[in-house]
Design a protein around this ligand. Sequence first.
Ligand SMILES: Cc1cc2nc3c(=O)[nH]c(=O)nc-3n(C[C@H](O)[C@H](O)[C@H](O)COP(=O)(O)OP(=O)(O)OC[C@H]3O[C@@H](n4cnc5c(N)ncnc54)[C@H](O)[C@@H]3O)c2cc1C
Length: 393
Amino acid sequence: MSTGQILVCGTGIVGLAAALGLARDGQKAALLGPRKPPEPARPDIYFPRVYALSPESRRFLGELGVWGMLDMARVTPVESMQVYGDASGHVALRAWQAVQSEMAWIIESSELERVLHQAVQVFGIAWHEDRFAALQNKAVLTESGRVLPAALVIGADGAQSPVRQAAGIAHQSRPYHQTGLVTHLTAELPHGNAAMQWFTSDGVVALLPMPDTSEGHQVSLVWSMAEEQAKTLQSLPQAERDARLQAGLLAVTGGALGRLTVRSGVHGFPLFLERSDMVAPGVALAGDAAHRVHPLAGQGLNLGLGDVAQLLGTLRARPRGCEPGQLNLLRRYRRARAEPVLAMGLVTDGLHRLFASHSAPVVMARNAGMQLVDRIPFIKRRLISGASGQKPW
Ligand SMILES: Cc1cc2nc3c(=O)[nH]c(=O)nc-3n(C[C@H](O)[C@H](O)[C@H](O)COP(=O)(O)OP(=O)(O)OC[C@H]3O[C@@H](n4cnc5c(N)ncnc54)[C@H](O)[C@@H]3O)c2cc1C
């Protein structure tokens, strides 16, 4: 199947997965981007970024041969989700209710990067430690002035995507004016492998289960809050910031996991809803380069891995003699991704809007709706599939 070289620009998780998948399919693949070896894992210390990976993503990483390379002592299966509204609303989703054993797995970004780096090395994939600068005819110009041939350029170069800009691919972006604050917490009570989420009109708090350490029970926090509030918190001296975070968390969670103690640095990520046209002649985008969604459903990376799985499938199924950069082929990829990307954007944006409202009737309706959902097994099965990234809600 090998034709010209396929150049993957961007060396995050999505780019590494794309290059690995191409190499496994017998395509000539190369990576272009910074090569930062993942930090070595330290017992009892977790890397700040963690992801909730869906069963689909797990399956795909299995196909790439990297799932089995993960250190399972650092991976936490999610067996249930507890979702709370800002009044009496509560929905409990348990994997067994949809005949599943797990809904997701919580994994540190560094652990995923570690196994992908190893696999890329094993497959001998060329890695150009340079940066994308411009597109040329069937080639890419790097920042240091090298010209790399490319029958297809895969732009997996993140939200700012220089590849997207160079290819002139249409792109819409809307800021949420919110920041996702992430940190690790020690919890007084065990999490029981449940992911917990509180939707309030001031933001969304998610607590993701992590393996216990000698310090006690561990959860990873993603708190999506107004950017002003996040800025104020982050500008405080550490002890005061942590004390405020802990008091705020106790108030929102009502002590569901007892006292929560900040045990790592606090990092903030600006939140956006973004969509793009995904392809141009000789160029296909994947991951955050192609789209971004609100992290309240923990699905951004899952969408990116879904892009890669689909793009590999489209390239594999192309007729003999069809160049990988042909626009009609790449349009097939875009068509296949349009629905899942749009649906995830609509669901996450819809939930964000529903819970951002302070209007009393809306507050009452959304909490009553949650109570109703909690009593209907059929809807719960649908929700569990959605929360597992299988079928958007
Ligand atoms: C608070 C928060 C929580 C989240 N939680 C989850 C979750 O639980 N589950 C989930 O699925 N998703 C989650 N996401 C989304 C997830 O973080 C992203 O979707 C994912 O990291 C995107 O990966 P990527 O490889 O596409 O982009 P990136 O990780 O941004 O990688 C882009 C790469 O491109 C490289 N690059 C940039 N410019 C150039 C250039 N000129 N030349 C070459 N290379 C270049 C960069 O160095 C980088 O290596 C969350 C997001 C946020 C903000």
